[in-house]
Design a protein around this ligand. Structure first.
Ligand SMILES: Cc1cc2nc3c(=O)[nH]c(=O)nc-3n(C[C@H](O)[C@H](O)[C@H](O)COP(=O)(O)OP(=O)(O)OC[C@H]3O[C@@H](n4cnc5c(N)ncnc54)[C@H](O)[C@@H]3O)c2cc1C
Length: 411
């Protein structure tokens, strides 16, 4: 029997392990399928990490290294090259590696920190052939930053998520020509700072309300046809434009890796595609916690680390037998606010609700209501789907509250 098993050795897994250790848990094991710790940050060699958490600009590997050093310093046990195959409701973990073959572990508590994967082109249904030269932006990032290969010289990027924006800059710096970033929606899915620093600084056009309608080429990509879309996101024929290119990068969303969570029958949210959790990041299964991108997609790793600390501390309390939950306050949304994390409050203490909105809204008020009473209201000049927002509710505001709704009022 292990006290705490953490699945995934990315920033979430490492931060959760350190937090649990600092709360007195010593029997901790991190299982990581990759050959080293660090998760996706290993391939994110650009800077901009750690501004919130450490007040300095770090690269992805530097940020991850700070946590890895701490994990080593505390002698927290890790097993890399170890793939977790299954977990059960009773917290039995089945994993495999080259040394031990298939093995099972029983844990008192589990923290799910498996991150997310990129949505692939299969999910897109673009007409045309399927030549070489089409990559997800993250795969291209790995080729360029870790393997030293340039996937192509003339590039079009579909989707303006942060990885696409970062790769537009990286490919340009490596000598390729990025002809356009096409975004189906009338707004970008990425952070405002990435649009400025990755596209505008390099004169790369961002074509909003545009998509790729056809792929050309047999062996190798020879070009794409793009078109503007109408308000129903249907391509407008008269706007079709052929762009010759040898590479199409897709940055069309991230999907939390919840196959293991599903196997354990953890309740998942259809909106986040991650677990439904309380303020401690505890899932519907007592003793199973989730944090980081497997819970909901984060734009900044700093918030991943913060969330993982919450899960790590709570797992430690659970292991020590502090499992009492007194209340059950569901947190609902109005549609303009798409989701919140946590989705339920089980202890009345100061709570930060993280949320994302469904569209771009300017000059708004974020209202938190209990019944028909507004208990908290915060003005924001602008909110956008690409930027995670948060509000903190003081414990005293939760007195006599049975449910909460987070909504947007456009002023
Ligand atoms: C391609 C890509 C590029 C990104 N670029 C940026 C960026 O530039 N800036 C930024 O702030 N954010 C970026 N992100 C978001 C980034 O994922 C988060 O900021 C952060 O790394 C998430 O941390 P995590 O620990 O939750 O997930 P990850 O870093 O993805 O770590 C999850 C770990 O779990 C392991 N794992 C998964 N399943 C199993 C299993 N079954 N068994 C064992 N181990 C398993 C994985 O191998 C991985 O190491 C990027 C994401 C992706 C996918």
């Amino acid at each position: 029997m292990r006290d705490l098993v953490i699945i995934g050795g990315g920033p979430a897994g490492m931060s959760a392990a350190i937090a649990a250790y600092e709360q007195g848990v010593r029997d901790i094991l991190i299982l990581e399928r990759d050959e080293s710790l660090g998760g996706i940050l290993q391939q994110c060699i650009h800077n901009g990490f750690g501004l919130h958490k450490f007040g300095e600009e770090l690269t992805g590997p530097e940020y991850a290294w700070k946590y890895e050093q701490k994990v080593r310093e505390l002698n927290i046990e890790t097993k890399c090259n170890t793939m977790v195959l299954d977990i059960t409701e009773d917290k039995v973990i089945t994993a495999t590696n080259a040394q031990e073959g298939i093995f099972q572990l029983q844990a008192k508590a589990i923290i799910l920190a498996m991150g997310c994967r990129e949505r692939s082109k299969g999910a897109l249904n673009i007409a045309g052939s399927r030549p070489a030269g089409i990559f997800s932006a993250g795969t291209a990032q790995k080729f360029v930053n870790m393997k030293g290969y340039l996937p192509g010289k003339n590039v079009v990027i579909l989707g303006s998520g942060d990885i696409g924006l970062i790769m537009a800059r990286r490919m340009t710096l490596e000598g390729a020509k990025v002809h356009a970033v096409c975004e189906l929606m009338p707004y970008s899915g990425g952070l405002a700072r990435n649009i400025e620093q990755c596209l505008n600084d390099f004169n790369i056009p961002l074509k909003l309300s545009h998509t790729v309608v056809q792929i050309h080429g047999k062996e190798r990509l020879e070009g794409v046809t793009i078109a503007q879309v109408d308000e129903n996101r249907r391509p407008i024929d008269a706007t079709r434009e052929f762009i010759p290119c040898d590479t199409l990068l897709l940055s069309v969303g991230l999907i939390p890796e919840n196959e293991l969570s599903k196997a354990a029958k953890v309740d998942l949210s259809p909106i986040t595609n991650g677990a439904v959790v309380d303020q401690d990041r505890q899932t519907s299964i007592p003793g199973v916690f989730a944090c980081g991108n497997v819970l909901h997609v984060h734009d900044l790793v700093d918030f991943v680390s913060e969330e993982a600390e919450i899960a790590g501390k709570a797992a430690a309390a659970y292991i020590k037998g502090n499992t009492g939950k007194k209340v059950e306050i569901p947190v609902k949304t109005d549609g303009k606010v798409r989701y919140t994390v946590p989705q339920v409050i089980t202890v009345k203490k100061d709570i930060t609700l993280y949320f994302r909105v469904g569209s771009v809204y300017k000059n708004v008020r974020v209202n938190v209501t209990a019944g028909d009473k507004v208990i908290l209201s915060r003005k924001r000049p602008k909110v956008a789907p690409g930027e995670m927002e948060s509000v903190t509710i003081k414990a005293e505001l939760l007195e006599n509250v049975e449910s909460l709704t987070v909504s947007l009022e456009v002023l």
